[in-house]
Ligand binder design. Structure first.
Ligand code: ZN
Length: 198
């Protein structure tokens, strides 16, 4: 027997498709949304579709942004010759929160993962190597310290080193398999400052 109306069931189903949201939380959120004033629900729905429709990849670093080139790539204050390679836009945000890094980024949108069939062509590696044709002093590899992150780091280093560009890896202050976003600022700063050439 269906307890809920089809609309409520559908809402719960959609919410429970989100990461980290089980059926119980989805139910709680669904009823919370139904209790919200209509204008607030509309504003939430618009924020979802507006973000999806308007956010795109930066032409240079492939982070998610509203413009063709993100504010960091467009900034004259940033050292465009130092590129930090991260797996996700969230990792980039974690480093930006520390506020010490003055270079630019490259967002791979994943890591090489043979188990899941994700190869070097499935993440933004080609685009990274393309950027190295410009004047670049250093590539800092800040992929996660998971097996996939390490495999990706090794691959990048193998390609970049022969070009004669300095390659470094952030120090192992970041916990193995750790989501960069969950690591505190002091640890991230230590990892960045303690990076080693590879
Ligand atoms: Zn950018």
């Amino acid at each position: 027997m269906e307890y809920f109306s089809g609309h409520i069931s559908k809402l719960i189903e959609e919410l429970s498709n989100l990461p980290g949201i089980g059926p119980k939380t989805a139910g709680r959120l669904a009823f919370h949304i139904l209790d919200m004033p209509a204008e607030q629900v509309e504003s939430l729905a618009n924020a979802l579709t507006d973000a999806k429709n308007n956010v795109k990849f930066c032409n240079k670093c492939y982070t998610l942004t509203d413009s063709e080139v993100c504010p960091i790539c467009a900034s004259k204050e940033r050292d465009q010759k130092t590129i930090m390679v991260v797996e996700t836009t969230r990792d980039m945000a974690a480093y930006e929160n520390v506020g010490e890094y003055k270079g630019v980024y490259h967002v791979l949108h994943g890591a090489i993962n043979p188990m899941l069939g994700i190869g070097q062509n499935d993440i933004r590696l080609k685009e990274l190597f393309e950027r190295l044709k410009d004047d670049v002093d250093e590539v800092i590899i800040a992929t996660n310290s998971s097996v996939e992150g390490e495999a990706t780091a090794m691959y990048i280093s193998k390609v970049v080193k022969p070009i004669g560009i300095k390659v470094s890896r952030i120090a192992s202050g970041v916990p193995v398999g750790g989501d960069l976003e969950c690591v505190d600022n002091v640890t991230l700063l230590r990892a960045l400052n303690g990076r080693v050439s590879i």
